[in-house]
Ligand binder design. Structure first.
Ligand code: NI
Length: 138
């Protein structure tokens, strides 16, 4: 574990009250925990714009009856094999599938893959969860 360093933070009273309210609502145990998570969130944002390797997940909801779409999705994942770590397919109901594609690699390439996947005809919703490899977060 990294060495912990204590430091003082000066904030406007009103801003601190808002921050404490936010901390309670988000169920953080302390200001330190909240600051740590918020700093990491900012570092992750930076990794997605300036870094060379990130990790995340593409989540897709699509029409199960579109057999052409299934083929296209699989072809794309084979094409981007270096980025795709694993895929979880869930049959949501009679008509819908949920697919979670775990990805790791160069940020711009992952965003391109996510954009390509979520704009396939028949995909009803697609999101990219932008996370990190975890290496640069402490
Ligand atoms: Ni399915």
């Amino acid at each position: 574990m990294s060495d912990l360093i204590r430091f003082g933070v000066s904030l406007e009273k009103g801003l601190l009250e808002k921050f404490d309210k936010y901390i309670r609502r988000r169920k953080w145990a302390s200001r330190s925990d909240a600051l740590r998570d918020l700093i990491r969130a900012e570092l992750i944002k930076k990794e997605w714009t300036e870094g060379d390797e990130v990790a995340g997940a593409v989540t897709l909801i699509y029409d199960h009856h579109r057999k052409d779409l299934l083929g296209r999705l699989t072809d794309l994942q084979h094409g981007y094999q270096r980025l795709v770590l694993s895929t979880l397919h869930i049959h949501l109901d009679h008509d819908h599938c949920l697919e979670i594609i775990a990805v790791k690699g160069e940020p711009a390439e992952i965003q391109k893959l996510a954009e390509t996947l979520r704009t396939i005809q028949g995909v009803k919703h697609g999101t990219l969860t932008m996370s990190a490899t975890g290496r640069n977060l402490d």
